[in-house]
Design a protein around this ligand. Structure first.
Ligand code: V47
Length: 364
């Protein structure tokens, strides 16, 4: 292995990885440019096993996309629709209750709630939604509203971020999902999502939430027009924020799906790109405990392989996720926990059912 690392010009990075030393931006760029995927996987696996041993996590969860009506209309998104458009929808509170009730027989521990930036749903709707979910399924963990939605809710509430988050928490919010981060680069945001909250704004929501003891996730949408340098900057901004707060639970690289978007001329990401993004994230984000291979976006087969390339989590049973599906995602909409367990076992890892905060519920 050392000969191969030497030949690929990665001996110095390998030494840092083995000594648990922090990698630099230049190291990150070299890793992204390295054509030898197996070497990247070997290095990422060292960190993965140091942090999580042979464990691979999954969660029994339900996704709820309450509305796709959105004023941001990002170029990479096929989910968001203008109000009044053909496929636009919004769920009433009774409809949301029904969605939760329909699956009460299943041992769901997390409800993952994400929607568009709606032009006129009132602040009270969001509070009521949280309360209704908790009423229907007491004790469930609600992971709801991306940083972009939280900033919007703060505007609606007329309060600052901290006061809004406290109110949302009192209504049932338990943690915040990682969406809306996209790529922090102002160039990319200008070209792909110019109406969206800035990268700094997204990080501010995360910092404020963490300051209140609310945990959150982080993502990066890769495989469109971003450069390798912009990816590395994004990862290092997350790492710097995590140094300050320690509040991020996990990082999820999101593979761009072009179909039905304004960027549909671009190709889908390749398997090599998907694994590379997982491996480089595992290597650069030394202060993140977990890296998630989200099977809905990269497919169950590659997510399974990713468990040897730095990932330690497959996300969950999911059901009815529309953001990937509307952009051409072909993975099934749900996966049985038995199937997640089989995928993990066949990858040579120990399946662990977790809750949102990575507490172990079942070691299998
Ligand atoms: O913010 C939008 C992305 C995100 C596309 O926190 C797209 O555990 C690919 O963040 N192709 C929402 N991606 C989903 C998300 C997420 C998913 C699963 C788990 C967690 C978590 C978070 O999806 C958006 C955006 O970055 N997205 N359109 C697309 N065409």
């Amino acid at each position: 292995m050392d000969v191969l690392l030497e030949k690929a010009g990665l001996a110095d990075i390998a030494a840092k990885v083995r000594n648990d030393e922090r990698l630099s931006a230049a190291d990150g760029i070299r890793l992204y440019r390295c054509p030898d995927l197996l070497l990247l996987g070997y290095l990422a696996n060292i960190v993965r096993e140091r942090k999580n041993g042979d464990r691979a996590f999954f969660i029994y969860n339900q996704h709820l996309n309450y509305s796709n009506i959105c004023t941001n209309l990002c170029k990479f998104c096929a989910f968001g629709k203008e109000k009044g458009a053909d496929q636009a929808y919004e769920m009433s509170i009774p409809q949301i209750r029904e969605k939760i009730r329909a699956r009460l027989a299943e041992p769901i521990s997390e409800i993952h709630v994400v929607g568009g930036i709606h032009p006129d749903l009132p602040y009270s709707y969001y509070l009521e939604m949280l309360r209704a979910i908790k009423e229907e399924r007491p004790g469930v963990h609600i992971q709801a509203f991306t940083g972009v939605e939280i900033a919007h809710l703060a505007e609606l509430s007329g309060q600052n971020l901290a006061a809004t988050l406290k109110e949302l928490r009192a209504a049932g919010l338990d943690s915040i999902p990682g969406g809306g981060a996209e790529v922090f680069s102002p160039r990319i945001r200008q070209l792909t999502c110019d109406k969206k909250l800035s990268g700094e704004g997204w990080l501010e929501v995360a910092r404020t939430a963490h300051g209140l003891g609310l945990r959150s996730n982080a993502t990066m949408l890769y495989g469109h027009i971003e450069t390798v340098e912009e990816r590395v900057d994004h990862l290092l901004m997350l790492r710097a924020t995590q140094d300050q707060t320690g509040g991020f639970l996990t990082f999820i690289p999101l593979a761009f799906h072009p179909r039905n978007t304004e960027m549909s001329q671009l190709s889908r990401t390749s398997g090599v790109e998907d694994l590379k993004n997982i491996a480089v994230a595992r290597l650069l984000l030394d202060n993140f405990d977990h890296i998630k291979a989200y099977w809905v976006m990269i497919g169950p087969k590659l997510a399974q392989v990713a468990l040897s390339f730095g990932a330690d989590d497959l996300d969950g049973t999911v059901t009815e996720e529309l953001i990937t599906r509307m952009a051409g995602g072909e993975a099934d909409q749900a996966m049985a926990d038995s199937e997640l367990i089989r995928l993990i076992r066949e990858a040579g890892r120990i399946p662990v059912e977790r809750d949102t905060l990575y507490e172990k519920l079942r070691v299998l």
